[in-house]
Design a protein around this ligand. Sequence first.
Ligand code: URA
Ligand code: CA
Length: 433
Amino acid sequence: MRTVDLITKKRDGGELSKKEIDALIAGYTDGSIPDYQMSAMAMAIFFKGMTPSERADLTMAMVHSGETIDLSGIEGVKVDKHSTGGVGDTTTLVLAPLVASIGVPVAKMSGRGLGHTGGTIDKLESVPGFHVEIDNGQFIDLVNRNGLAVIGQSDKLTPADKKLYGLRDVTGTVNSIPLIASSIMSKKIASGADAIVLDVKTGDGAFMKEMSEAEELAACMVDIGNRVGRRTVAVLSDMSQPLGNAIGNALEVREAIDTLKGVGPDDLTELCLTLGSHMAVLAGVATDKEEARSMLEQSISSGKALDKFKTFLEAQGGDASVADEPEKLPSAKHRFEVPAKQSGYVASIAAENMGVAAMLLGAGRATKESTIDLAVGIVLNKKVGERVEAGQSLATIHANGESVDEAIAKIYDSIRIDDQRVTPSPLIVGEVK
Ligand code: URA
Ligand code: CA
């Protein structure tokens, strides 16, 4: 089969067979199909799309391009959660111990990644001693023993996706829903998930800013999952303002601890209960969402969820006493308040711009080589819909450098205050099963 024939077939709107897709991905992974042909294919897909069976075949071809993680040594249904990414998203830190505390096994593979703040692993590493350098055997033992473990992302998973994502990045073909969906789903499936709960964000701080696009992506990923035997559910959630109050690594750990204690921000708590309920149902530990939710709420109020977090930290070398004494987490030298210039109601907090402000303080990575300052970031003191008086603090900056002018300017630029009361957009905006 000649690659050029596959490209012209797709260019003209034809449907590729499983055999053709397998050959394409195998050839691209081993280098026998060059970048220029794969670029043409990605562009043809960008314009012509993919049928549901092509998307599922592409996903599985990428899964089989590298190693897959075998979680069969762990009892129960392994449910993974994936978020399409937002600003100040502390969900995993709360969800993992929360669902583990009611019996959902959590075998989480996480990354560092680029972004406004670090990834889940960076955040966890702000707990003194905590590490993810464990081997696969230990990982599985820990999940069996404690119900929860986190390991660093193996670089041997889905090499085809890595290569293709890099190529898409420089050929204007990132923004193709079938390519995004198969990219995300291939990584989840290769890391051993039996079932998947997706948190697809929409709004300013999201990858998919338009609701219609987010819906389409969600439907596409759910369809792929279900076609390849992984029960998949997607929740669509609002990312027009940052999630919770904290943006920054140690600050988000603190926020996660508060949430596990039942005193966290309402939006973060609600999102964790919603996603956690789906996870519990898919894992078979609850019969429906209502039962799952009350189990999760009870686990928070009884302290079981927080205990699970401590057990988990300790098992991976972390100082679990941070859960009771969060002042032991890295903390920045300076605090600066950002006072409101006028009285009124907070009308919007542009999530992406706030993320950039946190990054300017050193909370995130601009390139793979950048180092992160775990202590720094921003804590919002007001969220959309809240009343603020002139001079009251809108946000607190936690910084290690003295010059925060640029970050302050970004924060002012991000927060709009209106005379009229504003109703915040709902947090959970949809669900796809
Ligand atoms: N995230 C991914 O993992 N893949 C994409 O293609 C886009 C976002
Ligand atoms: Ca947050």
